[in-house]
Design a protein around this ligand. Structure first.
Ligand SMILES: [Zn+2]
Ligand SMILES: [Zn+2]
Length: 167
């Protein structure tokens, strides 16, 4: 938070805010209520699950939590998701998981028609405020594979998960 303070008060001498701090700051300065909620959540976790925090490096944790929120937001951005799905349908005629090939419609019939999840593949470290999400940065994945991609930190890549289920 001291780094955020120095972004807000650039003449106060503390100038070691990293580029990443600035990215996060700019992204969330318009939503201080949310930032506050995240901070409280982290405090709550520290108080109640000390050992959970233990293996997360504290410098990265705050940034990680905020960037993860940003990542999930991009994956839920319905306009992009719709565009991605439409593009895929045009190209291949069906929506299959880019990792395991699962097709919801095949398993669930009409209920699964048009369903698939989007995963944003640009590494968190490369996310910039100005960078707009490109359709190429999204992959289509089933819910199981999506969970597995996010299960470990750093997140697995699509290629890594593909290799894993092949072996
Ligand atoms: Zn899958
Ligand atoms: Zn994802």
């Amino acid at each position: 938070m001291i780094n955020f303070y120095s972004i807000e008060h650039p003449n106060k001498g503390l100038s070691n805010a990293s580029k990443l701090d600035k990215v996060i700051y700019n992204e969330f300065v318009s939503n201080k209520k949310y930032l506050n909620a995240i901070a409280n959540k982290i405090k709550e976790m520290v108080n109640t699950h000390e050992n959970v925090i233990g293996d997360i490096d504290d410098e990265g944790f705050m940034e990680g939590a905020l960037l993860e929120k940003q990542h999930k937001y991009k994956e839920r951005n319905s306009k992009l998701v719709t565009q991605k799905k439409q593009q895929r349908l045009k190209e291949t005629g069906y929506l299959s998981c880019d990792v395991c090939g699962f097709i919801f419609k095949d398993k669930y019939g009409d209920l699964g028609e048009g369903y698939i999840e989007c995963h944003h593949i640009v590494p968190l470290s490369e996310i910039h405020v100005a960078k707009k999400t490109n359709l190429k940065d999204l992959v289509l994945v089933c819910s199981n594979c999506h969970r597995m991609l996010h299960r470990k930190r750093p997140w697995l890549t699509v290629e890594q998960l593909k290799m894993l289920i092949k072996s």
